[in-house]
Design a protein. Sequence first.
Lengths: 388, 363
Amino acid sequence: MRIKNAIYMDYQSTTPLDPVAKAAMLPFMEDKFGNPHSSSHRFGWEAEAAVDVARGQVASVLDVDPAHLFFTSGATESNNMAIKGLALGHLQRPGTIITLASEHSCVLESVRAAQTFGHVPEIVPIQPNGLVDLGALEAALTTDVFLVSVMAVNNEIGTIQPLEKIASLLKPRGILLHCDAAQAYGKVPVDTLAQHCDLISLSAHKIYGPKGIGALYVSAEAQRHMSPHMSGGGQEGHLRSGTLAPALCAGFGAAAQIAAEKLEGEQTRAQRHFEMLLAGLDAMPGDYVLNGCADTRLKSNVNVSFHGTDSARLMANVRRLAVSSGAACASAKEGPSYVLEALGVPPALAEASLRIGTGRFTDDSQVSDALGYIEDALAKSRKRSWSQ
Amino acid sequence: MGKELIYLDYAATAPLAETAKTAMADGFALVGNPSSVHRAGRAARDAISKVREQLAAALGTTPGQVVFTSGGTEANALALTQVPQSKRYVSAIEHEAVLSWTLPAYHLPVTAHGIIDLEGAQARLSSWEPGLVSLMLVNNATGIIQPVTALAEIAHAHGHLVHCDGVQAFGKVPIDIATLGADFLTVSAHKIGGPKGIGALIVKDGFALTALLQGGGQERRRRPGTENVLGILGFGGALEAIGDYAGSAHYDALQASIETHVGAAHVAGSASSRVPHILSVRMAGVKNQLQLMRFDLAGLCVSAGSACSSGKVAGNHVLEVMGLGESAEEYIRLSFGPSTTSRHIAQFLSVWDDIRASQKAAA
């Protein structure tokens, strides 16, 4: 996809709305405008039915009972709802909540916020390849741990965590596992995720659905221990009150269904573009490193650090390529990414990083052009840094 | 089907205004994440900023005071959680999205006219520890306008913060935040022709808001999470046509025709100052669940209270507080918007008569 002459390669940040998802939203912006919680007339029933259909579509990709899936305003809210909901539910028995150093900021901060409820936050380091250090995790599993939160696919470096192995450490100890699957859902197979995880956070806008909607899967067991996140009218099983937006739900549902249908083809495309990008980068003068494990990763994520330049120079010179130097929500933040820091990437190198994200609308010619832009940008920014 | 449906449940939600649809159609072309620094991201951010300015101007405040949320419920939660539960003092007729965060011992008294009892409130607020006082501007069940400015003066004099749930008032009565006197104001888009899933909390200048959600730096760290770009644009579009909701002789006439027909005694809080868009009316001797079925069969969409957890009739607490508890189950709520015509009301009243006649015959 090209926007105003720039190639969009920031698919981890957000994705363009799929035309099918858009079409699914339109009726709810026209005559089907009812409040899905209006129980006394057709406008309400029609809207409620649409929400139910969407809930089924989203749940189907996870292969879970739709009754356990709750809509939220997005993955940030889902992650907050999962972690703080359980932290509140455990007020009487203060314990430890564990997460990894490379998690999304909303998970890390929610875990830290659990301190205000008397819990102990424990941040476990990761391996230099971005994968969980299972030994370190197991060593941290003291008897008072009641929740572990690990993301399925890392938003910055794309590494895929071994949730089945993590679950096998937690299940015998009766510890709940929450998984932020915002970057995994619809991009890698997730139909067995709920066998390992008790709570799963999802986002629509990462899978070509609209912004402003996400969901949280909550197992029956987890729900028993959870406190409501948002009280009020009692919508979403009293866990999350507030009027649902049928247009957003329908867009999410359609996007989920398409993502599942296109999963195999997308994985093939991502693999091809991953190889093209690495081959192109290999052929350029100067050194670079691929951040995160090369194999156990989402192939649509190519996060690389370049020697001999820095982020500001690099970004200034790749204006025709819409990429990021890290997570979008941290874009305005100064300094190197904490995720790369957690991998042990030296700060100077981490500062000169690009997250190149390919997606459904990326084609071979865009990848070739992107490589050209990167090569030019590197030449310019390195020349400037050498001449100084 | 095929029969025309008459929608008289605007207080639950409203159809999108044409201006909102247009704004959202433009919004579909915005691809970027507003937090991204590249051009696609900046375009989305600029579009959001414009709506922030628009909303601030509509309420007499500045863009920095606007925090976008997922809707009224979240905005209310954000305001109320600024103080501990035992310091939240709210009127007994608030929406569940406010009441549910509070303890009944700290509810402020309401008169039989459905208006906050200012003297009773003052007595309590002067003795309670400084906290946060919350009063809605327009009640969602009765349409009664609350004296927020007067209560805010009392509350401030005793060191309390003041929150106002303006969800049902926004657009229907003029709101200037300085005149209102509230430190926090909740507004929602979907009651005034904007999309569902978007609202805002207006926060007084200089107040260090504690975020409800943890995460990224969006909304100046006051509300993390990728912004609902389409929703915000739709909200902006709705603001362009918000005048269609303003109180007018047309709305007054709609309400007057109902009140004249059913009798003032059967309109909850008829003697109180109300917006003409919302009213609860009683059909004596006929349960509202039966009325709703009959109205639905006749193509009239009305409700028995707020549209919240399905099945449950919420909003009864308002009628109970007003001393109408015994007949609360005989009230239905009607609410109007820009597309409501006098013909719609005539049709409603004709069906009303039919239902009443058939119930009398059956009795």
